[in-house]
Design a binder for this molecule. Structure first.
Ligand code: SF4
Length: 213
Protein backbone atom coordinates (compact mmCIF):
# COMPACT_ATOMS: atom_id res chain seq x y z
CA UNK A 1 0.00 0.00 0.00
CA UNK A 2 1.14 3.57 -0.78
CA UNK A 3 2.92 5.16 2.21
CA UNK A 4 0.68 8.24 2.13
CA UNK A 5 -2.44 6.07 2.29
CA UNK A 6 -0.93 4.17 5.21
CA UNK A 7 -0.24 7.50 6.95
CA UNK A 8 -3.83 8.66 6.34
CA UNK A 9 -5.32 5.42 7.68
CA UNK A 10 -3.07 5.47 10.74
CA UNK A 11 -4.24 8.99 11.57
CA UNK A 12 -7.89 8.01 11.07
CA UNK A 13 -7.54 4.94 13.32
CA UNK A 14 -5.63 6.97 15.91
CA UNK A 15 -8.35 9.62 16.31
CA UNK A 16 -11.11 6.98 16.29
CA UNK A 17 -9.47 5.13 19.19
CA UNK A 18 -8.94 8.38 21.12
CA UNK A 19 -12.62 9.28 20.64
CA UNK A 20 -13.85 5.81 21.65
CA UNK A 21 -11.90 6.25 24.88
CA UNK A 22 -13.62 9.59 25.55
CA UNK A 23 -16.92 7.69 25.33
CA UNK A 24 -15.82 5.09 27.91
CA UNK A 25 -15.14 2.43 25.28
CA UNK A 26 -11.80 0.80 24.49
CA UNK A 27 -10.25 0.80 21.04
CA UNK A 28 -7.46 -1.41 19.72
CA UNK A 29 -5.72 -1.77 16.41
CA UNK A 30 -4.37 -5.04 15.01
CA UNK A 31 -2.81 -5.59 11.61
CA UNK A 32 -4.23 -8.97 10.73
CA UNK A 33 -5.97 -12.17 11.83
CA UNK A 34 -3.06 -13.67 13.85
CA UNK A 35 -2.82 -10.43 15.87
CA UNK A 36 -6.61 -10.41 16.25
CA UNK A 37 -6.63 -13.94 17.67
CA UNK A 38 -3.78 -13.07 20.03
CA UNK A 39 -5.78 -10.08 21.32
CA UNK A 40 -8.91 -12.20 21.78
CA UNK A 41 -6.99 -14.79 23.80
CA UNK A 42 -6.04 -11.99 26.17
CA UNK A 43 -9.53 -10.48 26.36
CA UNK A 44 -11.69 -13.61 26.67
CA UNK A 45 -11.32 -15.87 29.71
CA UNK A 46 -11.14 -19.60 29.11
CA UNK A 47 -14.29 -21.54 30.09
CA UNK A 48 -16.38 -18.39 29.85
CA UNK A 49 -19.62 -18.09 27.88
CA UNK A 50 -19.22 -16.45 24.48
CA UNK A 51 -22.04 -15.53 22.09
CA UNK A 52 -21.92 -13.95 18.66
CA UNK A 53 -24.14 -11.87 16.43
CA UNK A 54 -24.50 -12.45 12.71
CA UNK A 55 -21.26 -11.23 11.16
CA UNK A 56 -19.49 -11.70 7.84
CA UNK A 57 -16.39 -10.20 9.48
CA UNK A 58 -16.25 -12.91 12.18
CA UNK A 59 -16.66 -15.61 9.53
CA UNK A 60 -14.07 -14.05 7.19
CA UNK A 61 -11.44 -13.65 9.91
CA UNK A 62 -11.88 -17.22 11.13
CA UNK A 63 -13.13 -16.09 14.54
CA UNK A 64 -16.13 -18.43 14.49
CA UNK A 65 -13.76 -21.41 14.08
CA UNK A 66 -11.40 -19.89 16.66
CA UNK A 67 -14.28 -19.88 19.19
CA UNK A 68 -15.39 -23.38 18.20
CA UNK A 69 -11.91 -24.79 18.67
CA UNK A 70 -11.02 -22.77 21.76
CA UNK A 71 -11.72 -23.56 25.38
CA UNK A 72 -14.95 -21.55 25.55
CA UNK A 73 -18.60 -22.26 26.21
CA UNK A 74 -19.49 -21.03 22.73
CA UNK A 75 -23.12 -20.28 21.89
CA UNK A 76 -22.74 -21.29 18.24
CA UNK A 77 -25.53 -19.79 16.15
CA UNK A 78 -23.81 -21.13 13.01
CA UNK A 79 -23.98 -24.78 14.13
CA UNK A 80 -25.09 -26.99 11.27
CA UNK A 81 -28.69 -28.13 11.57
CA UNK A 82 -29.60 -25.60 14.25
CA UNK A 83 -33.38 -25.05 14.38
CA UNK A 84 -35.12 -21.69 14.57
CA UNK A 85 -36.21 -22.42 18.14
CA UNK A 86 -32.65 -23.37 19.19
CA UNK A 87 -31.35 -20.18 17.63
CA UNK A 88 -33.90 -18.13 19.52
CA UNK A 89 -32.78 -19.85 22.73
CA UNK A 90 -29.15 -18.90 21.98
CA UNK A 91 -30.16 -15.30 21.28
CA UNK A 92 -31.79 -15.09 24.71
CA UNK A 93 -28.71 -16.67 26.33
CA UNK A 94 -26.51 -14.05 24.66
CA UNK A 95 -27.85 -11.51 27.15
CA UNK A 96 -26.16 -13.30 30.04
CA UNK A 97 -22.95 -14.20 28.17
CA UNK A 98 -19.59 -13.18 29.56
CA UNK A 99 -18.61 -11.96 26.10
CA UNK A 100 -20.70 -11.07 23.07
CA UNK A 101 -18.92 -10.60 19.75
CA UNK A 102 -20.03 -9.09 16.47
CA UNK A 103 -19.01 -6.40 14.02
CA UNK A 104 -20.50 -2.98 13.43
CA UNK A 105 -22.05 -1.57 10.27
CA UNK A 106 -20.12 1.66 10.69
CA UNK A 107 -17.74 3.26 13.18
CA UNK A 108 -17.42 7.03 13.17
CA UNK A 109 -14.13 8.82 13.72
CA UNK A 110 -15.89 10.42 16.67
CA UNK A 111 -16.17 6.97 18.31
CA UNK A 112 -19.83 6.13 17.66
CA UNK A 113 -21.15 2.73 16.61
CA UNK A 114 -23.91 2.77 13.99
CA UNK A 115 -25.90 -0.39 13.31
CA UNK A 116 -29.04 -1.71 11.69
CA UNK A 117 -30.73 -5.00 12.44
CA UNK A 118 -33.65 -7.05 11.27
CA UNK A 119 -34.86 -8.60 14.55
CA UNK A 120 -32.59 -6.89 17.09
CA UNK A 121 -30.77 -10.07 18.12
CA UNK A 122 -27.42 -8.44 17.30
CA UNK A 123 -27.95 -4.85 18.43
CA UNK A 124 -29.85 -5.66 21.65
CA UNK A 125 -26.97 -7.49 23.41
CA UNK A 126 -24.56 -4.78 22.28
CA UNK A 127 -26.72 -2.34 24.21
CA UNK A 128 -27.36 -4.39 27.36
CA UNK A 129 -26.63 -7.75 28.98
CA UNK A 130 -23.26 -9.32 28.21
CA UNK A 131 -20.46 -8.39 30.61
CA UNK A 132 -18.26 -7.38 27.69
CA UNK A 133 -18.90 -6.78 24.01
CA UNK A 134 -16.07 -7.16 21.52
CA UNK A 135 -16.66 -5.51 18.18
CA UNK A 136 -14.35 -6.53 15.35
CA UNK A 137 -14.28 -4.22 12.36
CA UNK A 138 -12.23 -3.66 9.23
CA UNK A 139 -10.85 -0.19 8.49
CA UNK A 140 -13.34 0.04 5.61
CA UNK A 141 -16.14 0.68 8.10
CA UNK A 142 -14.65 3.84 9.59
CA UNK A 143 -16.58 6.91 8.45
CA UNK A 144 -16.34 10.58 9.27
CA UNK A 145 -19.68 11.07 11.05
CA UNK A 146 -23.20 9.73 11.60
CA UNK A 147 -24.44 11.18 8.32
CA UNK A 148 -21.80 9.20 6.42
CA UNK A 149 -22.55 6.16 8.57
CA UNK A 150 -26.22 6.22 7.60
CA UNK A 151 -25.37 6.66 3.92
CA UNK A 152 -22.90 3.77 4.05
CA UNK A 153 -25.30 1.45 5.84
CA UNK A 154 -28.45 2.25 3.85
CA UNK A 155 -26.84 2.17 0.44
CA UNK A 156 -24.05 -0.36 0.84
CA UNK A 157 -24.13 -2.63 3.92
CA UNK A 158 -27.87 -3.30 3.99
CA UNK A 159 -28.34 -4.14 0.29
CA UNK A 160 -25.34 -6.49 0.40
CA UNK A 161 -26.59 -8.12 3.57
CA UNK A 162 -30.09 -8.52 2.15
CA UNK A 163 -28.52 -10.16 -0.92
CA UNK A 164 -26.42 -12.49 1.28
CA UNK A 165 -29.52 -13.53 3.23
CA UNK A 166 -31.54 -14.10 0.04
CA UNK A 167 -34.19 -11.52 0.94
CA UNK A 168 -36.93 -10.49 -1.45
CA UNK A 169 -36.44 -6.73 -1.16
CA UNK A 170 -36.02 -3.97 -3.76
CA UNK A 171 -32.35 -3.43 -2.82
CA UNK A 172 -31.42 -6.96 -3.87
CA UNK A 173 -32.35 -6.11 -7.46
CA UNK A 174 -31.62 -2.35 -7.51
CA UNK A 175 -28.34 -2.42 -5.55
CA UNK A 176 -29.42 0.52 -3.39
CA UNK A 177 -31.96 1.16 -0.65
CA UNK A 178 -35.54 2.02 -1.60
CA UNK A 179 -36.70 2.34 2.02
CA UNK A 180 -39.06 -0.54 1.38
CA UNK A 181 -42.06 -1.82 3.33
CA UNK A 182 -41.29 -5.40 2.37
CA UNK A 183 -42.01 -8.18 4.92
CA UNK A 184 -38.38 -9.22 4.21
CA UNK A 185 -37.02 -5.78 5.16
CA UNK A 186 -33.81 -6.17 7.19
CA UNK A 187 -33.54 -2.52 8.25
CA UNK A 188 -35.98 -2.54 11.15
CA UNK A 189 -33.81 -1.33 14.01
CA UNK A 190 -31.34 1.55 13.83
CA UNK A 191 -28.98 2.06 16.76
CA UNK A 192 -26.27 4.57 17.60
CA UNK A 193 -24.05 3.84 20.60
CA UNK A 194 -22.52 7.05 21.89
CA UNK A 195 -21.15 5.94 25.23
CA UNK A 196 -21.15 3.46 28.08
CA UNK A 197 -21.76 3.57 31.84
CA UNK A 198 -19.36 0.66 32.43
CA UNK A 199 -15.88 1.64 31.32
CA UNK A 200 -14.52 -0.55 28.52
CA UNK A 201 -17.53 -2.89 28.52
CA UNK A 202 -17.46 -2.32 24.77
CA UNK A 203 -14.10 -2.99 23.15
CA UNK A 204 -13.61 -2.19 19.49
CA UNK A 205 -10.83 -4.02 17.64
CA UNK A 206 -9.99 -2.38 14.33
CA UNK A 207 -8.27 -4.74 11.91
CA UNK A 208 -6.03 -3.09 9.30
CA UNK A 209 -7.83 -4.48 6.27
CA UNK A 210 -11.18 -4.44 4.49
CA UNK A 211 -13.62 -6.84 6.10
CA UNK A 212 -17.34 -7.59 5.80
CA UNK A 213 -19.85 -5.08 4.52
S1 SF4 B 1 -35.02 -0.68 3.72
FE1 SF4 B 1 -35.54 -2.35 2.31
S2 SF4 B 1 -34.68 -1.69 0.35
FE2 SF4 B 1 -33.68 -0.49 1.93
S3 SF4 B 1 -31.79 -1.62 2.36
FE3 SF4 B 1 -33.37 -2.21 3.87
S4 SF4 B 1 -34.26 -4.06 3.02
FE4 SF4 B 1 -33.19 -3.02 1.35
Amino acid sequence: MDNNIIWYLEKQVERTIINLKKRNMAGFFVNDEPELKKALKELINENSVVGVGDSVTLLETGIIDFLRNGNYDFLDKYREGITGEEKRHLYIRNFSADTFMCSTNALTEDGELYNIDGNGSRVAPIIYGPKQVIIVTGINKIVRNIEEAEKRVRNYSAPLDAKRLGKNTPCTTLGYCADCRSPDRICNDFTIIRGQFVKDRIKVIIVGKNLGY
